[in-house]
Design a protein around this ligand. Structure first.
Ligand SMILES: [Zn+2]
Length: 282
């Protein structure tokens, strides 16, 4: 298969997966089946014809409106479809036909679903995070989580354990740090906030458990850093400019999820660049 054909294949596969992710985003927070019934217009409930269900293209042809009732169709649909296709293309460019591609593609798609369920419904469904965590633990056996575990870097100590065990341990350690940190921070805010407002939901803890399982400790910390930075860059200016936003429930999970997508694909390059720049012995 020539390279161009391979890229086109991955792109169209990404569009099709993106279309399925849209179904997951809309239905999973409602707790209904993602298989049945067929998709219908949320306004007029007319079933969507197969030729109106072609990723991105149908949205453009119908100019973002339902064929039956002319009500606008959410811009989320083409964004998720095109976004999934482009991110899978990036993963393929980075990983090639390796098992790592399956892991990265799977994680990126799980994160896309969580970014949008948190954005639209403020929900991070356990039906996504729990299977995602279990599959991530399985992947850690075959795809190294930490190329260099933190203890090894800090202590200059070469651990003579089989790579599968080191990787699995790195995965569990990442989950404990990611999920644990968010659980503790959430409890502290809840306690000192007079137990009135829950700043971080349990969904955020589950999201960080998931991220930790795939990333190990260093990249999990990078995700928290970049996610907080992204959240501050978006939320702070809006809250300063418009007091209305100070009471707005920001979707922290969406910011963390977006950061995790970036870290999944480009985190290692960023970490290597940072270690080189800071003169860390490698
Ligand atoms: Zn309609």
């Amino acid at each position: 298969m020539t390279q161009t054909v391979a890229y086109a294949f991955v792109f169209f596969l990404g569009l099709a997966f993106g279309s399925f992710l849209n179904v997951c985003i809309v239905r999973l927070p409602l707790g209904v089946s993602i298989v049945r019934p067929r998709s219908a217009c949320p306004h007029c409930h007319h079933p969507i014809r197969w030729y109106d269900n072609i990723p991105v293209l149908s949205y453009l042809v119908l100019r973002g409106r339902c064929r039956d009732c002319d009500e606008p169709v959410s811009l989320m649909y083409p964004i998720v479809e095109l976004g999934t296709a482009l991110l899978l293309l990036a993963a393929f460019r980075i990983d090639g036909w390796e098992l790592r591609l399956a892991r990265d593609a799977f994680l990126v798609m799980v994160l896309i679903v969580l970014v949008f369920t948190d954005l639209t419904e403020r929900r991070i469904p356990h039906r996504v995070t729990v299977p995602g965590i279990l599959i991530g633990l399985g992947f850690s056996w075959y795809v190294p989580v930490d190329s260099r575990p933190l203890v090894e870097i800090l202590l200059h100590w070469d651990i003579a354990l089989p790579p599968e065990i080191t990787s699995f341990a790195g995965s569990v350690a990442g989950a404990i740090v990611g999920g644990g940190l968010f659980y503790v921070v959430g409890q502290v805010f809840f306690y000192f906030g007079g137990r009135r407002k829950q700043y971080l939901g349990f969904g955020d803890v589950m999201l960080m458990l998931l991220v930790g399982v795939y990333f190990g400790i260093p990249l999990t910390l990078m995700t928290i850093l970049l996610g907080s930075l992204l959240g501050s860059l978006v939320a702070l200016p809006l809250e300063i400019l418009n007091p209305r936003f100070r009471r707005f429930a920001w979707p922290y999970g969406s910011f963390l999820g977006a950061a995790a997508i970036y870290v999944c694909l480009w985190g290692n390059s960023l970490l290597q660049a940072y270690l080189r720049w800071s003169g860390f012995p490698s």
